[in-house]
Design a protein around this ligand. Structure first.
Ligand SMILES: [Zn+2]
Length: 263
């Protein structure tokens, strides 16, 4: 437990200690590395016992050139397990949904074919079993429906949970950083669809960010984890060294108030 009857309450996000428990809920293999890998590595390096719960095996992903042969879901599950180990994650749970893909009717058995309450029940069972101090999710501001679905399910899972509810934290890409990214993309690749993007809609409003973690000390773990996802193109490939570093050595987080929790 992180709270004591004597003394001040410890900040479970910023003051990570050995034996703390973190649950990271993501939609696809690679979200844990390309998304919130630095935050996971940061917590694990401080001794937290981290579990990654991944809703799908990422079957609808786009195989990168030179991707390993074989069934994509099997390949990506292997990548997830190896990447998680690189980040210091102790346990990986596959929740057994299929990847919903970007659009169209969600296929039978896919994450988005399940209702938010159904997925919330699955997450709530994991929370009751693992008793995490922190529940980390992606904020879904990239608009992928599977990312949004996991975030909504995480909020629903904690709603009304009395006592012992973990602190819910969203990993965000701030609008200011994505404006820099867009500017660079437009100058590097002037003939592409990047010109159609509205800078105002990118990522998360900077005002929502509650915490910024300096994760430079775990950059090597993050890089090693990302390199395991050979079947997927890295979102950071081709960026200038300065911008790439800006994405990788500082993580932006937003604490979420969930009615009924005691975070
Ligand atoms: Zn994803």
């Amino acid at each position: 437990m992180t709270e004591t009857t004597a003394g001040p309450v410890r900040d479970r996000l910023l003051d990570v200690r050995p034996g703390d428990r973190w649950l990271v809920a993501v939609a696809h293999p690679d979200d844990e590395s390309f998304g919130c890998g630095s935050t996971i590595a940061h917590a694990a390096a401080r001794g937290a016992e981290v579990t990654v719960a991944c809703a799908t095996r990422g079957e609808a992903g786009e195989p990168a050139p030179g991707s390993p042969d074989g069934d994509l879901g099997t390949v990506r599950e292997g990548e997830l397990r190896r990447a998680a180990a690189r980040l210091g994650v102790g346990r990986v749970e596959l929740l057994g949904y299929r990847d919903s893909g970007f659009d169209g009717d969600p296929p039978a058995g896919s994450l988005c074919a399940a209702s938010v309450p159904e997925v919330a029940d699955v997450l709530r069972r994991l929370v009751r079993e693992l008793r995490p101090d922190v529940l980390l999710v992606l904020d879904g501001s990239d608009g992928h429906r599977d990312h949004l679905h996991v975030g909504a399910a995480a909020r629903a899972a904690l709603q009304g949970m009395d006592g012992g509810a973990p602190l819910l934290v969203e990993h965000c890409l701030p609008n200011s950083l994505l404006r820099r990214w867009l500017q660079e993309m437009r100058s590097l690749r002037p003939d592409t669809a990047y010109h159609a993007l509205d800078p105002a809609t990118l990522g998360r409003d900077d005002a929502d960010i509650t915490d910024v973690l300096d994760t430079a000390g775990v950059l090597d773990r993050r890089e090693a984890a990302m390199a395991e996802h050979r079947s997927q193109a890295s979102p950071f490939d081709g960026l200038s060294p300065d911008l790439r570093r800006a994405f990788l050595v500082r993580d932006h987080l937003a604490r979420v108030d969930v009615p009924g929790d005691r975070a």
